[in-house]
Design a protein around this ligand. Structure first.
Ligand SMILES: Nc1ncnc2c1ncn2[C@@H]1O[C@H](COP(=O)(O)OP(=O)(O)OP(=O)(O)O)[C@@H](O)[C@H]1O
Ligand SMILES: [Mg+2]
Length: 463
């Protein structure tokens, strides 16, 4: 049987309330602080929440409540004392985050019903339309899976040293973001982060790009130019696609790494430069070394510490997290009202092997944002429709699926407040009830609840 869990946040938990919930087959976890709420909610399971405002919470706890109450997988109901909602902070917390409230003295049956309903709504948060919440970021990087967590730990560790770092990983996995994150975490963060793509510069120009040149050093050198190495002085130099560096420049780079001095092309002066080197490549350097295309000794200088980026296909649910993140990004740019991904798009996203990794995901989503005709991105918009089952669906089935999803999202957005959800959907509250009954999204004839104050009707748990 589905275990129904109640997180009971109260400075003075009542034994009577607890017992009553337990008799109704709830597993009750009393907690006294916001911090404990996050701990109590291990994993992604939905839970009911009972927020005891009547018993009082210290000010620092009240201040920390927003982030905790915003977690979509807990459906909250508040306990308030008479008149407490006259206080604007209390009123805001209840209005914005709770789907109902009960007034002391609490009638336990009513509390159980309200929490049952709130938890029911919170279980909807598990639908693909809601990005998972427990994600972690490192600089601009997002990732919650174990391999990304390990990567973030490595970033922190290497950032505290000054040793050269080599980043390996398939194309589009985030090597440049990682390099930037290391720089940001290092003591060099206030000095420049200079990136140079060794594969993108013509052979003749590499030397001058890296080390600069004096006026008249070669035809066309009309003025002195500072090279990238020198420009990064005090900071971090990111040598991207290091595998493409011509052998001749490999020798100069090695000399620089040994002496930490540069000479501009055509110049006499030897200039001290203090940089931290991070390099990356998506090519297999081992075979380049074996073929004599890359210097063994340079590789050892560059690769004092090594970081490997996990490919996207090995990041599990992170792929959804990234898809929502990227959609949010491109949607803003496009100014479109796209609401998310259709189920076939999510299916395709999970099936594709993503040879181009996060970059490919971003490109496909960017294109889909432009091409999508509906409110949801489909597998076809992502050009991944060959990966999903194309059994034809009738218009009725498609319409029902789309309506269900829109209703779920609107209710989620408004934490179960029917009136506001209906307004968003452009339909009357009565039509919303009728649709929800038709799609068996609630117990027939259970009246809706709306704003606190009207919220003491008989609610049953949404299924
Ligand atoms: N973990 C992540 N979170 C958010 N965005 C990411 C993440 N990883 C990569 N990206 C995005 O994917 C794109 C590719 O990232 P990046 O340029 O760092 O990859 P790369 O490994 O250097 O790729 P290439 O091998 O093609 O040079 C960028 O737009 C970046 O913002
Ligand atoms: Mg790159």
């Amino acid at each position: 049987m589905d275990v129904r869990r109640l997180i009971y946040l109260s400075a003075k938990p009542s034994a009577e309330i607890r017992q009553f919930f337990e008799q109704c087959d709830w597993q009750v976890k009393p907690v006294k602080s916001v911090k404990e709420v996050t701990k109590a909610l291990d994993g992604f399971d939905a839970a009911g929440g009972l927020l005891d405002l009547a018993a009082g919470l210290p000010l620092h706890e009240i201040e920390a409540l927003d982030a905790c109450l915003a977690m979509p997988n807990i459906g909250w109901v508040a306990i308030v004392s008479p008149g407490q909602l006259a206080d604007s902070t209390m009123r805001r917390l209840v209005r914005d985050y709770c789907s109902d409230y009960v007034t002391v003295p609490v009638v336990p049956e009513r509390a159980v019903r309200a929490v049952g309903h709130a938890r029911g709504m919170a279980t909807l948060a598990g639908t693909p339309q809601q990005a998972p919440v427990h994600h972690v970021t490192e600089g601009d990087m997002i990732g919650s899976c174990e391999s990304m967590q390990a990567l973030f730990r490595s970033i922190k560790r290497v950032a505290s040293t000054d040793a050269s770092v080599f980043i390996a990983g398939e194309s589009g996995t985030g090597k440049e973001l990682t390099a930037a994150a290391i720089h940001q975490r290092s003591s060099r963060r206030d000095a420049p982060f200079v990136a140079i793509n060794c594969g993108a510069i013509s052979r003749e120009l590499v030397q001058s790009e890296l080390f600069g040149h004096e006026r008249g050093a070669f035809t066309g050198a009309t003025q002195r130019r500072i090279g990238r190495v020198e420009a990064a002085n005090g900071g971090t130099l990111f040598l991207d696609e290091i595998g493409d560096l011509p052998l001749e420049s490999q020798a100069s780079l090695l000399r620089f790494l040994q002496e930490r001095k540069i000479e501009r092309l055509g110049g006499q002066e030897s200039i001290d430069v203090d940089v931290r080197i991070i390099s990356a490549t998506h090519v297999d350097l081992d075979s380049a070394i074996a073929d004599g295309r890359f210097r063994h000794d340079l590789y050892h200088r560059l690769c004092v510490l090594r970081i490997v980026e996990p490919p996207l296909r090995e990041r599990g649910a992170d792929i959804e997290l990234l898809a929502f993140h990227l959609l949010g990004h491109f949607r803003r740019d496009a100014g479109r009202r796209l609401q998310g991904f259709a189920p076939d798009a999510m299916e395709a996203i999970h099936r594709h092997t993503w040879p181009g990794n996060v970059r490919e995901l971003g490109n496909r989503i960017r294109r889909a944002v432009v091409m999508a005709e509906g409110r949801l991105i489909t597998a076809k918009d992502l050009e991944l429709d060959h990966l999903v089952d194309q059994t034809p669906v009738s218009l009725n089935v498609a319409r029902e699926a789309a309506e269900r999803m829109a209703i779920e999202r609107a209710l989620l957005r408004h934490r179960g407040r029917y009136g506001e959800a209906a307004r968003d959907l452009g339909i009357s509250r009565v039509t919303l009830y009728r649709l929800m009954d038709a799609y068996r999204m609630r117990e027939p004839d259970s009246p809706g609840l709306d704003k606190p104050g009207k919220g003491h009707d008989d609610h049953s748990e949404a299924d």
